[in-house]
Design a protein around this ligand. Structure first.
Ligand code: PAF
Length: 282
C-alpha cells in the first residue's frame, strides 16, 4: 500500500493508473477502522481494479466540539488494517491540504429536506461539512465508484444528492451494515463504550427488529411511540425513532403496506451518540 499525503502526489499517481485502467474504487473514512470499513474495502476490491481509501477526521462535520475532541484516533492500527486488507493507496491529508484557504467562504450545498430532518435536525451543519469533505475528496481521487455503509443511511442519501447536484461522475455503492454478535451496529464511536454499555446498546437493534416484525398497514404512531419508550426505559436518551420512505426519507405516520420503508434511530447511551437503521420491507 502506498501512503500519500499531498493532493499533487495522489493526483499524479492516479493519473498514471487511470491511463491504463478504468475503475478506481474509493472508501472515504475518518479512521478508527472496524470490520464495517473492512467490508467496504472488500466490496471495493470486488468491483474495482484499484482500491483507494482516505483517512481524514473532517473538523467541519462536527457540530459538537467535544465530539470532535473525543473522536477516536487509531492511525497506526488503521494503516495496518488497510494494508492487510488489500488497500492499494491510502490518502492521508492534513487539514491544510484539504482546506488550504480558510478565507474562502464555504459553498452551501442545496440538500433540500435531507438537511433539516433526523440527523440534520439534531446535528445542524453536519451534512454541509460532510459534503464539503466528500466533494473535495471525490474531486481529488475522481473514483469511478465510492463505497459507503448503510449504517449512515441519511449520509448515503446526502451523498447520492451531492453526486447529482455537483454532476460528479462517480457511482455510489451502499454496503450493508455490519453488526456485533449482539446486533449492535459497528461504528467507530463504539470504541468509547464500556463493556456494559456495549451490551446495553444492543437494545437499539432489538427495538428496530421489533418494529420490523410488528409493522402493519395503517397508523404507525403507536409502534413508533412504543419503540421510543422501550429505549428510554432502557437508559437511552432518545433523539428520534422515525419511520420514513426508504427512497427519499419522507417521514411517514401511516403505511399503505406497499411503500418501501426504513426505520431510523438516534440515541445516547452515556455521552456516546449512536445511530442505526433497518429497512422494514426489503
Ligand atoms: O462516514 C464518514 O466516516 C465521514 O462522514 C466521511 C464520509 C468520511 C466524510 O468525512
Amino acid at each position: 500500500m502506498i501512503i500519500i499525503k499531498t493532493i499533487d502526489g495522489i493526483t499524479s499517481r492516479l493519473r498514471k493508473f487511470r491511463s491504463i485502467h478504468s475503475s478506481i474504487g474509493f472508501v472515504p473514512t475518518m479512521g478508527a477502522l472496524h470490520k464495517g470499513h473492512i467490508s467496504l474495502l472488500q466490496n471495493c476490491k470486488q468491483v474495482c481494479e484499484l482500491a483507494v481509501s482516505s483517512i481524514f477526521i473532517n473538523p467541519t462535520q462536527f457540530n459538537n466540539a467535544d465530539d470532535f475532541k473525543k473522536y477516536p484516533v487509531t492511525l497506526e492500527q488503521d494503516i495496518y488494517t488497510l494494508e492487510k486488507n488489500g488497500c492499494d493507496v491510502l490518502f492521508l491529508p492534513d487539514t491544510n491540504e484539504m482546506y488550504p484557504d480558510e478565507t474562502i467562504p464555504k459553498k452551501h450545498f442545496d440538500l433540500g429536506q435531507l438537511e433539516i430532518i433526523l440527523e440534520g435536525k439534531y446535528r445542524p451543519g453536519h451534512f454541509q461539512g460532510v459534503c464539503q469533505a466528500v466533494k473535495r475528496l471525490l474531486e481529488i481521487v475522481m473514483p469511478s465508484h465510492v463505497f459507503m455503509g448503510q449504517k449512515d443511511y441519511q449520509q448515503c442519501m446526502v451523498i447520492k444528492k451531492l453526486l447529482e447536484i455537483e454532476n460528479l461522475n462517480t457511482q455510489l455503492i451502499i454496503c450493508t451494515t455490519l453488526r456485533e454478535e449482539n446486533g449492535l451496529a459497528m461504528s467507530s464511536r463504539n470504541l468509547r463504550l464500556s463493556e456494559k454499555q456495549r451490551e446495553d446498546a444492543a437494545a437499539i437493534y432489538k427495538t428496530l427488529r421489533h418494529v420490523k416484525q410488528n409493522i402493519r398497514s395503517g397508523s404507525l404512531l403507536q409502534l413508533k411511540k412504543d419503540a421510543q419508550d422501550y429505549l428510554s426505559g432502557n437508559n437511552f436518551k432518545v433523539e428520534y425513532v422515525e419511520i420514513a420512505e426508504a427512497d427519499n426519507l419522507n417521514i411517514v405516520d401511516e403505511w399503505d403496506g406497499v411503500t418501501r420503508l426504513v426505520i431510523l434511530a438516534a440515541a445516547f447511551i452515556g455521552d456516546v451518540r449512536l445511530i442505526d437503521n433497518i429497512l422494514l420491507k426489503d
